[in-house]
Design a protein. Structure first.
Length: 711
């Protein structure tokens, strides 16, 4: 008996010792874990930053019809509130990534056990990180695989769940996750893969997006469609298990057409109408800075009329092909179209084709000699100063001393002289000597001042050859200058924007309400327009620029045929056309009245096909109409300048006080370009005037413009 009692005491001591040892092990483990948690939790990021977190968002650029032109981004993301994300999209991500999302408090311990068991038994891999943990990792940590990172991730997730609601957590998660093909967030991914916003996704499309998260480079439908379809089926099965859809709905969603968008090459090739779009981006960066454009989530509503843009591109392509076919030797062209009453750029084509190897935009980056199309500024300055269009100048030989002891003698291309000729007839027939004599009398400083006030932003050299277009300007410059006459002497800075909004939807730029500057009188603008109508009807623009409605315009041809222009307008639309070669190679007798005029007419006829023709407004209060003068039996005069007898006097009878303005030594050689050929890399944009508000009228088919006051 005593021996048995001793055995019992001995056996009981063993179990008590084992229990104590186990208890000590547990306490040690708890202490170790607590110590580890304390250590790892000591330097955790401050989760209060999550409330102010502003991820980089894409800037989206739209045409005037609302269609997307481009997304500009460092990370392609469009932030959308949870209320705009359909429940079926939310359900797909929750079912696949964290089906206990609404039941746990940041960490799903049951999920960790299940994932571990699946891994040990070699079953299908199951992720153990909750949506909250994934958010914590994305916002505060990195993708390093280590125990310390997992512990910090779990601790952050628990802390996040203490301060933020499930909806706040899910909204941030769905907007920052990477979903392949450069898309961050569900809305950017919806546009990237399916060409639609997240609100319009089908069940099958939502399931495919949710399946991409685990491995975007592998599961993107652009990378491997079959793997993407397998993942889509997996997500649909999880949605059935979670009760979000029925088996019948899941099967129907899998069988439905996927309607994938065409895959776009990242970068410039993904832009629609890249000549206009890259110009708009350059102006955005000038106004707001590159960082804001790439990361600020701007919403940019532009002036581009996609119908006119396509018409313009077709006209330019046709013109270049025509020039090649006719042996003219021109290989590039450009066209800019503006609405004169608002300054809106409706179309911009900078060449025959925008490619990865040739992105030079000749519409605003090429500074080319405008030839006689520059005479608009010589004559506008003269008429606005009170020199009538009936004034007679002698078209006869003249020489001007140059600084090296030689002289410069301007000539016309036909090497002839017409003798005494009125300013109207001289401009209609584009006589060079008359233009130079007129600029000398008006004064070069005044000519340059008028050119800049009317819209030319390029620098201009003060020598007499300027009267014939020796200083380089851009097609956008010329379109803007002529738009001032088309808008009755009111200048409006050109703009590619209607409204620009920030990421919160507030307007940061509103160009819908134009500020017009009174540059020349309405009477002067009408007289100049009437002369430019003569250019088209029986001058250097006839017959190629005739478009079957009231229109005005001017040709431009430079020495050795390096540049050919036609710039013209109606009351509703202005367009400038340039033709030539990037390397300044001369063309073969290419006049502005030939291919450029035909490009212009082709564009204008189609663009204005639905616009009723109407006359240019006649400013009765500013003009006097005198019978018996001019080609049509009458001439227009600014009131106070009309002749008392006869129709006109010689230039010497006007502006004797202006003789001093044209003095100095004049050097010019129109046989040589004033600027070197463009480099392979486009030159930086010249500084442009600050954009001011312009109004938002109907498309060009509606010719009426809101009433405005002169300033």
């Amino acid at each position: 008996m005593p021996r048995r009692k001793r055995r019992r005491r001995s056996g009981g001591g063993f179990w008590r010792g084992l229990l104590v040892a186990l208890l000590m092990l547990v306490l040690f483990s708890i202490g170790a874990i607590a110590g580890m948690i304390t250590a790892y939790g000591r330097n955790l990021p401050d989760i209060s930053r999550m409330a102010d977190y502003q991820p980089a968002s894409s800037t989206r650029i739209f045409a005037r019809d609302g269609s997307l032109l481009a997304s500009v981004y460092k990370e392609n993301r469009v932030w959308v509130p949870l209320g705009r994300i359909p429940p079926i999209v939310r359900d797909a991500f929750v079912a696949n990534e964290d089906h206990n999302f609404y039941r746990h408090h940041g960490v799903d311990f049951g999920g960790i056990v299940r994932a571990g068991f699946a891994d040990l038994t070699h079953q299908e891999f199951q992720g153990a990180s909750t949506i909250t943990q994934q958010l914590a990792r994305r916002l505060f940590l990195n993708d390093q695989v280590s125990l310390s990172r997992k512990v910090q991730e779990a601790l952050l997730a628990i802390e996040i769940e203490r301060y933020y609601t499930k909806d706040e957590i899910l909204e941030r998660y769905l907007n920052i996750i990477y979903l392949g093909a450069g898309a961050y967030g569900v809305d950017a991914a919806a546009h990237t893969y399916f060409g639609r916003s997240v609100e319009k996704l089908t069940v099958g499309q939502a399931a495919m997006l949710a399946g991409i998260v685990a491995a975007p480079s592998d599961y993107s439908p652009f990378s491997n469609l079959q793997l993407a379809r397998d993942r889509q089926r997996h997500v649909l099965d999880r949605m059935v298990e979670s009760g979000y859809v029925t088996r019948e709905q899941a099967d129907a969603a899998y069988d439905a057409p996927l309607e994938l968008a065409a895959e776009r090459t990242p970068g410039l090739q993904g832009y629609r109408f890249p000549y206009f779009t890259t110009y708009a981006i350059a102006q955005l960066e000038r106004l707001f800075g590159r960082t804001t454009v790439e990361e600020g989530g701007l919403q940019v509503y532009t002036t581009l009329d996609t119908r006119l843009q396509q018409i313009a591109q077709d006209a330019v392509t046709w013109g270049v092909n025509q020039a090649i076919a006719e042996g003219i030797g021109a290989h590039e062209a450009a066209l800019v179209a503006l609405r004169p009453s608002t300054g809106e750029i409706l179309a911009m084509v900078g060449g025959k084709g925008f490619t990865l190897h040739n992105q030079f935009n000749r519409a605003w980056q090429a500074h080319r000699q405008p030839g006689s199309s520059f005479k608009i500024y010589d004559y506008t300055a003269a008429i606005d100063e009170g020199i009538p269009a009936s004034t007679v100048i002698d078209d006869s030989p003249v020489s001007y001393p140059m600084g090296d002891g030689t002289s410069w003698s301007p000539m016309d291309d036909d090497n002839s002289y017409m003798g005494a000729i009125s300013l109207r007839e001289a401009l209609t027939m584009s006589r060079n000597i008359v233009a130079v004599k007129l600029a000398e009398r008006v004064g070069l400083d005044r000519v340059i001042d008028y050119a800049h006030r009317m819209g030319v932003t390029s620098p201009l050299e003060a020598n007499l050859s300027l009267a014939l277009g020796s200083s380089g300007v851009t097609p956008l410059d010329q379109a803007t200058g002529y738009a001032t006459l088309a808008d009755q002497g009111l200048h409006i800075d050109p703009t590619p924007f209607r409204v620009v909004k920030d990421s919160l939807g507030s307007n940061v730029l509103d160009d819908r309400f134009p500020q017009a500057t009174d540059v020349v009188s309405a009477g002067t603008a009408f007289i100049m327009t009437s002369i430019f109508e003569d250019v088209i009807n029986h001058g250097t623009g006839y017959p190629n620029a005739v478009i079957g409605r009231p229109a005005a315009g001017k040709t431009g041809t430079t020495s050795s045929f390096r540049d050919a222009w036609f710039v013209g307008y109606t009351p509703d639309l202005v367009a400038a056309v340039w033709l030539g070669n990037d390397d300044y190679t001369p063309m073969v007798e290419s006049y502005g009245g030939n291919v450029p005029a035909r490009i212009w007419a082709r564009f204008m006829k189609t663009a204005l096909a639905k616009t009723p023709p109407h006359e240019f407004p006649y400013p009765t209060e500013e003009l006097a109409k005198v019978a018996g003068c001019g080609r049509g039996g009458y001439e227009y005069y600014l009131k106070g300048t009309e002749p008392q007898t006869g129709c006109g006097s010689s230039i010497e009878a006007y502006g004797s006080d202006r003789n001093e303005r044209g003095g100095g030594t004049y050097e010019a050689d129109l046989s040589q370009p004033t600027l070197p050929p463009p480099d392979a890399t486009p030159p930086p944009a010249l500084p442009r005037p600050t954009l001011v508000p312009t109004d938002s009228p109907e498309p060009v088919e509606s010719p009426s413009a809101p009433p405005r006051h002169r300033r």
